[in-house]
Design a binder for this molecule. Structure first.
Ligand SMILES: [Zn+2]
Length: 286
């Protein structure tokens, strides 16, 4: 089974428009030029809507299931629409309240999301709200994740290219050190292997049984660095705590990300399949 453990809702915008918008900021950037070339080589779909188009590219990439990560509370409902469209494919995660608001009982809201609304995990965006990962708002989430044994994907490391505000100041995964051992059944996933805090991320995964690493977006942004990081992480912790994630902004990018892993020659096929889905399946209890 292959699982994309880090995917966002794609906007309904068509891919050529997306590429054009990117050119305004990123023309000449290595990642962008590489991406444009690769997207041109991918067969497009004639789908009627963005969900159908996504399924087309998932099939081409041999991905069976996708963890859908909302980036704000508004997207929580939108995620459910995708799940209704293809319940066997999309797995809904939940973005909990991340603003201090005394009128909201965060514990109740979270419990309802998991028990009644069927969300299978959390996506934490505190680092985009100028809050570090050990902010007091994380504790009700950790308690719920520990109680229901569900994973928490925490945005760590760099934000998307072109994000013109401070995120890095808040997104060092080191703050996970303050709570990981207190919630041993809450499985915590560090996104982007924490880049540029990759050494800290690998060290945390080595130290805590409940800390994992996702590789989302690194295949596009820094393929040669990703090779080094995979080799180093494998030397220390093996591959069983490493999760594949695409994290692109068009569905074609899922195919591009999977293609990177299908062409790896420095890991065994068995190791690659663990990264591409078997590790994620275990975390999700599938
Ligand atoms: Zn992401």
């Amino acid at each position: 089974m292959r699982i994309d453990f880090h995917c966002h809702l794609f906007p309904a915008m068509d891919t050529s428009k997306m590429v054009k918008v990117g050119s305004v900021i990123f023309e000449g950037y290595g990642f962008y030029e590489r991406m444009v070339k690769k997207i041109q080589n991918i067969k497009s779909s004639e789908a009627n809507n963005i969900m159908e188009k996504t399924i087309f590219h998932l099939n081409n990439a041999n991905i069976d299931k996708v963890v859908l990560l909302p980036v704000n509370m508004k997207e929580n409902q939108e995620v459910q629409k995708w799940v209704e469209f293809a319940p066997e494919v999309f797995i809904p995660f939940y973005n909990p309240p991340e603003k201090s608001d005394t009128n909201v009982n965060v514990t109740d809201v979270i419990k309802k999301a998991i028990v009644e609304e069927g969300y299978k995990g959390f996506k934490i965006m505190l680092t985009f709200r100028k809050k570090k990962l050990d902010d007091q708002l994380i504790y009700p989430v950790l308690e719920a994740a520990h109680k229901y044994k569900i994973p928490i994907v925490m945005h760590c490391g760099y934000p998307p290219p072109g994000t013109r505000r401070s995120v890095l100041t808040y997104s060092n995964p080191i703050y996970i050190d303050n709570f990981a051992s207190s919630y041993p059944k809450a499985n915590i996933i560090i996104t982007h292997m924490g880049y540029p805090f990759t050494d800290i991320a690998i060290a945390l995964a080595a130290q805590y049984p409940n800390v994992y690493l996702d590789l989302s977006n690194l295949a596009y942004m820094m393929p040669s660095r990703l090779k080094e990081l995979l080799i180093q992480a494998n030397e220390i912790i093996g591959v069983q705590k490493i999760l594949f994630g695409s994290d692109g902004n068009t569905p074609e990018m899922i195919e591009i990300a999977v293609d990177y892993f299908d062409n790896i020659d420095f890991l065994s096929n068995e190791e690659i399949e663990k990264i591409l889905g078997l590790n994620g399946a275990k975390l999700l209890g599938l």
